[in-house]
Design a protein around this ligand. Structure first.
Ligand code: CA
Length: 250
């Protein structure tokens, strides 16, 4: 697949810092591209002092490096290795600096290798796949309200504005044990597929219908701009980060 990529992160209208981080790597070397594919990451940090922004950036940097350094040829296994490295790196840094104690981060990572997609995910950032005018959320929200939606107590719409929507149940860097959610099988890709990775600053302010309409009617760069503008117009209560990967059969 030939990939068209755009990403944008914005502090929002209320926060003093942007604790989201993002990154991606598309290897130029054909051997690396064929073996490992391209990697896309969005992370949303939490913690006092500067902990949140340090944790999310450390996760992005560590995962980018460890994924390509891993000897695993299976993307899911290489992602698992990379997420565990990030967990260790954040725990170690928070142990060495008391002001960073308790910091952690969500992380949603996508690999596109040839005509297959793979994801790994912890927390309440999200990955979506837009295909054939349908927008499907690929990841589960590892949050209190996410669990309440899955057990039928809340609807998606109720969860979006719930007062306890910020309580997340899994994060990187806060426990030695890390439970990562993976794509159950490689996702076979078709021409025109659009992946969206985003932090909850987008999904708590922009509804799924609106999200779908914007993705359906704009190319990736414009999609990022419009979605960030919408989140800010709707109050911009949180940092907002969005990364779009459009797949083209070449
Ligand atoms: Ca957030």
């Amino acid at each position: 697949m030939r990939l068209e990529v755009a990403s944008l992160s914005h502090i929002g209208q209320v926060r003093q810092r942007n604790e989201d981080a993002m990154g991606y790597f598309e290897p130029a070397e054909p051997q690396v591209l064929d073996g490992k594919g391209s990697l896309f990451i969005v992370a949303d940090g939490m913690g006092g002092h500067r902990g949140g922004e340090i944790a999310s950036q450390l996760a992005v940097d560590t995962i980018l490096e460890a994924y390509y350094a891993s000897g695993e040829s299976d993307p899911a296994k290489a992602l698992d290795f990379a997420f565990r490295k990030a967990n260790e790196a954040i725990i170690e840094k928070s142990r060495n600096d008391v002001s960073l104690y308790g910091m952690g981060t969500t992380c949603t990572a996508l690999v596109v290798r040839e005509d297959e997609g793979f994801f790994a995910h912890v927390g309440d950032s999200r990955a979506y796949l837009f295909r054939g005018n349908e927008l499907k959320q690929l990841t589960e929200d590892h949050s209190l309200v996410g669990e309440m939606v899955r057990s039928g107590i809340l609807t998606d719409e109720e969860a979006r504005t719930h007062p306890r929507r910020n309580v997340i149940t899994r994060s990187i860097g806060t426990h030695e044990d890390l439970a990562v959610e993976f794509s159950k099988a490689p996702l076979p890709l078709v021409d025109g597929d659009v992946f969206v990775l985003c932090s909850d600053g987008l999904t708590s302010l922009v509804g799924q219908g609106e999200l779908k309409t914007v993705i359906a009617s704009n190319p990736p760069r414009k999609t990022c701009d419009v979605l960030v503008d919408l989140a800010n117009e709707h109050g911009g209560k949180d940092n907002v980060t969005v990364q779009i990967v459009k797949c083209r059969a070449s």
